[in-house]
Design a protein around this ligand. Structure first.
Ligand SMILES: Cc1cc2nc3c(=O)[nH]c(=O)nc-3n(C[C@H](O)[C@H](O)[C@H](O)COP(=O)(O)OP(=O)(O)OC[C@H]3O[C@@H](n4cnc5c(N)ncnc54)[C@H](O)[C@@H]3O)c2cc1C
Length: 389
């Protein structure tokens, strides 16, 4: 089904037409085969970059598309509906670019952004560690100043695009202060002292390589510091708000794809002498799936519009991530149900969608962490109002 989108400009409408063409001709047809072979689709990111689709929310002066976040996220949803690994890859890449665009020096922006935004350079975002997942302030990777350089030592875990990316945005400790002792660094691929673990053997999104990134006295120029020393946690958390919206949009696309396969199948499948869509039990499944997908889209768009208007949107980003990824898990599971035994085979993509949905509840902050963020904000608001009888 083609999603009927309300877009703010003709330019945005043209972008959706363009992304649908690329998604249907160059992404969807190869997604299942590349996932089965665990083949990282580096060329797909180049195609998207050349079409201008990796640069949408960034300023024109650095090669960006100057589009509002609500447009970027809808483009991302279309990409993820065709291929989840590429959609989430675009979101990860965008996070790595965001830090330089938002906190880099003019020199860094001029030097780095054009290649990043055109897809010439693909990024990775190195925050998590083996012992620092939900609690990122427990990170132990260190960056020690040594003359005109920093030396990085430690292990980053679960890094999407590990070993495939051209640059790594790395968060490391520059002092022992749990929150103010973290800094961000731009580390180009091939830096001496940076190595990669074996790809994680995952249950889904196998085409999106995930590895540890190991630093052993990895020397980088002090000019590669992004933002100021000690500002890393602020950068990481700011990027995560945007990243959560990216994952919400991807999960919405995945749910939409599952709904499309399930409803098309159901219309053509007959049991008891009639199409299974004649049975209310099946129609209600499809109705709940459609409601979940539209709820997901509405929550991420609301958060994006707040962000575009310069208003606070952290709580809404967490609500969108929680709603869309829990929704995608339910919708993809129900899609398998609608297809019956065939849904449980690799003849149809819905079993893959279900495996892909699971990780969206885990990365970019688990859904328990999203509930913590939302719950804290609710409590803060209530405390601010004070007690009244
Ligand atoms: C495929 C994949 C790709 C990833 N890509 C990246 C990447 O590119 N860059 C990057 O930096 N990271 C990446 N990650 C890491 C991801 O962000 C972490 O896995 C996630 O933040 C959770 O950390 P953890 O796995 O250590 O789980 P833990 O933090 O150990 O959590 C274990 C369980 O405890 C729960 N829990 C923890 N603390 C609390 C609490 N206070 N209250 C309630 N429940 C709690 C969690 O919700 C979870 O259910 C990726 C992960 C995966 C699986």
């Amino acid at each position: 089904m083609t999603v009927d989108r309300l877009l703010p400009t003709d330019e945005a409408r043209d972008l959706i037409v363009l992304v649908r063409e690329i998604a249907s001709e160059q992404l969807a047809p190869r997604a299942s085969a590349d996932e089965a072979a665990a083949r990282f689709p580096r060329d797909a990111f180049r195609v998207l970059g050349q079409a201008g689709l990796l640069s949408l929310p960034y300023p024109e002066e650095y090669g960006g598309g100057d589009q509002p976040y609500e447009v970027y996220l809808q483009v991302l949803e279309e990409i993820a509906a065709a291929w989840m690994s590429v959609g989430t890859g675009v979101s990860v890449h965008s996070l790595a670019c965001w830090a330089v665009a938002e906190h880099g020096t003019d020199e860094q922006r001029k030097q780095l952004l054009p290649e990043m935004l055109s897809g010439g350079q693909l990024g990775a975002y190195c925050l998590s560690e083996p012992q620092a997942g939900s609690d990122i302030s427990a990170m132990t990777t260190r960056a020690a100043r040594d003359g005109d350089d920093y030396q990085l030592s430690g292990t980053k875990a679960w890094i999407s695009h590990g070993g495939e990316a051209d640059f790594y945005l790395v968060f490391a400790r520059t002092s022992d202060d749990r929150t103010k002792g973290v800094s961000a660094f731009h580390v180009p691929a091939g830096a001496d002292g940076m190595e990669f673990g074996a790809p994680e053997q995952k249950m889904g999104m196998t085409a999106s390589t995930t590895t540890q990134v190991l630093f052993d006295r990895c020397r980088i120029p002090a000019d590669n510091l992004v933002g100021e020393e000690g500002q890393g946690m602020r950068i990481a958390l700011g990027a995560l708000d945007s990243g959560r919206l990216g994952i919400a949009a991807c999960a919405t696309g995945l749910g939409q794809a599952a709904l499309d396969v399930a409803s098309t199948y159901a219309v053509g499948r007959e049991q008891f002498g009639r199409p299974i869509t004649d049975f209310q039990g099946v129609q209600f499944l499809l109705a709940d799936m459609a409601a979940a997908v539209e709820q997901s889209r509405a929550t991420y768009l609301h958060a994006a519009r707040l962000r575009d208007a310069g208003r606070p949107y952290s709580r809404q980003a967490s609500i969108a991530k929680l709603t869309a990824t829990d929704g995608a898990m339910r919708v993809t599971t129900d899609a398998v149900q609608v297809l019956g035994g065939y849904g449980y085979t690799k003849d149809f993509p819905v079993e893959r969608y279900m495996r892909e949905a699971k990780v969206a509840q885990i990365f970019e902050g688990t859904n328990q962490v999203q509930r913590m963020v939302i719950g804290r904000d609710v409590v803060r608001g209530a405390a601010g109002r004070g007690t009244s009888s």
